[in-house]
Design a protein. Structure first.
Lengths: 117, 112
């Protein structure tokens, strides 16, 4: 069984400020972890993924996330927010337990990021 | 290269009408296929997955069904839509020995 909790349904930051979106997961097997972004009326775009290699994962648009097994966390950060980062962000977990397990993602409820000028 | 096509992109359907969303993958064979749904104000939820032609697994009970008539074709259907079926539907695939899931562009369904 697996689950994802995203802490904070809405996060607001000023342009240029640090972005921190929190994600905690639960998984009975070693997890694969993902962050996706969804802009209004658009599909999902993969920001980054952790698949048991380096624990610090760098993604697109300056985002990165660190896998912390002891804390069961995979928080997303960006040093300096841009107006274009305003969107909804989803954390998701799956596993490499074989077969279809990789594609069976469990998503968090999402965090809407607002960036103020 | 592999691509995934999903259509229609948007549709508005009356309650009680049928539904058919189609998804086709190109450039790979024997993919694992998935249907996800995002209801308003909620995260995405896996509805169905398929490991081969005619093989469908349902993750949640609902008013919808899925079929896989061909290796790279995945169809989401309903005989009678409910208001609660409104949402954003995403098709996805995995396979080819790659640790990557590929999503389609999605279909926005509004039931009125």
């Amino acid at each position: 069984a697996q689950s994802v909790t995203q802490l904070g349904s809405h996060v607001s930051v000023s342009e240029g400020a640090l972005v921190l979106l929190r994600c905690n997961y639960s998984s009975s097997v070693p997890p694969y972890l993902f962050w996706y972004v969804q802009y209004p009326n658009q599909g999902l775009q993969l920001l980054l993924k952790y698949t048991s290699a380096a624990t610090l994962v760098k993604g697109i648009n300056g985002f990165e996330a660190e896998f912390k097994k002891s804390e069961t966390s995979f928080h997303l950060t960006k040093p300096s927010a841009h107006m274009s980062d305003a969107a909804e962000y989803f954390c998701a977990v799956s596993s490499n337990a074989g077969g279809t397990s990789y594609g069976k993602l469990t998503f968090g409820q999402g965090t809407i990021l607002t960036v103020h000028p | 290269s592999q691509t995934i096509h999903q259509w229609p992109a948007t549709l508005v359907q009356p309650v009680g009408s049928p539904l058919s969303l189609e998804c086709t993958v190109e450039g790979t064979s024997n993919p694992n296929l998935y249907w996800y749904r995002q209801a308003a104000g909620r995260g995405l939820q896996l509805l169905f997955y398929s490991v081969g032609i005619g093989q469908i697994s349902s993750e949640v009970p609902q008013n919808l069904s899925a079929s896989r008539p061909q290796d790279r074709q995945f169809i989401l259907s309903s005989k009678k839509l409910l208001l609660s079926d409104s949402g954003f539907y995403l098709c996805a695939w995995t396979g080819g020995g790659r640790n990557t899931i590929y999503f389609g562009e999605g279909s926005w369904l509004t039931v009125v």
